[in-house]
Design a protein around this ligand. Structure first.
Ligand code: ADP
Length: 356
């Protein structure tokens, strides 16, 4: 049979925290993991009312406080209660934290309050919300343009120059849609660990030249300089993914800089790897915003780029692709002055490293 000591042992082994309270909500026991979740020791918690330890915000204050609290109703009726999966907002030491809380009424009159960190679940849910809002907005804009232009073409007669211009617009908007869908699929493949990778020895200089050809039409007045060492060993990478990384960083350098600005792409060869840096003289990023650049769906609001479209997935994909190939990403930026985004890739094995 399980005795009380065994029960406490079982509860202590849970990865989640718990508080054991009497029928009025005063703490009579606490699990080991609880102190890290609530930021207090067992001594501090003993004898206190649960509402003093879990300070729920907003409507949730009715959880433990007041004559008709959820806790009181559970204890009286012998029922259980569970917070939504996304957790409830609670005052943490520095900021609001989200906890998943379950109240289990006990046959002896008190209750077991199970506490778990709802942060990871919230991240998934928030990223899902962001996906919906980004996709609906970013899909809608080009789709509306395609539909409106096609309607005009169907309704009126245009001369061949006008027709070509309009068809060109439709093509551009369709490309934007294609990019968006590709970004969403890439992010999801990276998340699930199913991104296929075919690394072999790649000529970085040649790959960059192909990318610059591809980006020619977007370059506008931008002055782009390439600074590569005379002898450039091959890198060990998936060529298509390397192109994608370069396209993303160079497109951003153009997008987030004034027209006719300058962009410099540099390669530096180290003993084990090559560092490629894309430096612009654009809007720059404030220090406090830099930590979230490589996270999913993060866009930094700036009056200068309100009209620049994007999903906030590009740098997340860049980081994922670089790390998958054994490299690292980095950013240095000064607000108002410009940014340098860089990444490393391993050198190809010596046998395949012949310079290009
Ligand atoms: P997107 O460009 O689609 O918004 P990214 O993931 O490529 O998404 O970039 C995320 C955010 O980082 C951008 O929205 C922008 O705020 C900022 N950013 C990226 N590159 C630069 C850059 N070169 N200069 C200034 N800000 C940048």
């Amino acid at each position: 049979m399980i005795n009380t000591t065994n029960l406490v042992d079982i509860l202590q082994s849970f990865d989640q925290g718990y508080l054991l309270v009497d029928n009025r909500g005063f703490v009579v026991g606490m699990g080991a993991r609880t102190s890290s979740l609530l930021g207090l020791s067992e001594k501090e918690a003993a004898g206190k009312h649960v509402s003093q330890l879990i300070r729920a915000r907003g409507f949730e204050t009715a959880l433990f406080e007041g004559p008709d609290s959820v806790l009181e109703r559970c204890v009286e009726s012998g029922a259980d209660w569970m917070s939504p999966l996304s957790g409830i907002a609670v005052d943490g030491a520095d900021d609001v934290i989200y906890l998943n809380i379950q109240i289990r009424s006990m046959t002896w009159g008190g209750a077991l309050i199970l506490i778990a960190d709802a942060g990871p679940v919230r991240e998934v849910l928030e990223s899902h919300d962001a996906l919906l809002s980004v996709t609906s907005h970013e899909l809608k804009t080009p789709l509306t343009a395609i539909k409106a232009t096609a309607e005009l073409l169907l309704a009126y007669q245009f001369d061949s120059t006008q027709r070509n211009e309009m068809l060109g617009d439709i093509y551009k908007q369709a490309e934007r849609l294609e990019l968006l869908i590709r970004e969403i699929l890439d992010a999801s493949q990276l998340d699930s660990g199913r991104m296929p990778l075919e690394p072999y020895e790649v000529d970085l200089r040649g790959t960059l030249a192909d990318v610059l050809d591809e980006l020619d039409s977007q370059m506008g007045e931008t002055r782009l300089t390439v600074r590569f060492p005379a002898i450039m060993p091959k890198v060990w990478a998936d060529k298509r993914k390397l192109s994608q990384i370069l396209v993303n960083l160079i497109t951003n350098a153009i997008k987030y800089s004034p027209e006719s600005s300058s962009v410099v792409v540099t390669a530096t060869v180290g003993p084990e790897s090559v560092r490629v840096a894309v430096k612009d003289r654009g809007i720059g990023i404030k220090h406090e915003d830099q930590h979230r650049l490589f996270k999913k769906f993060q866009r930094i609001p700036d009056p200068a780029t309100r009209r620049v479209s994007g999903t906030g997935l590009g740098l997340y994909i860049v980081k994922g692709l670089v790390e998958l190939q054994g490299g690292t990403v980095d950013v240095e930026s000064a607000y108002g002055k410009g940014s340098t985004f860089s990444f490393t890739l391993p050198l190809a094995p010596v046998s395949a490293r012949a310079s290009a």
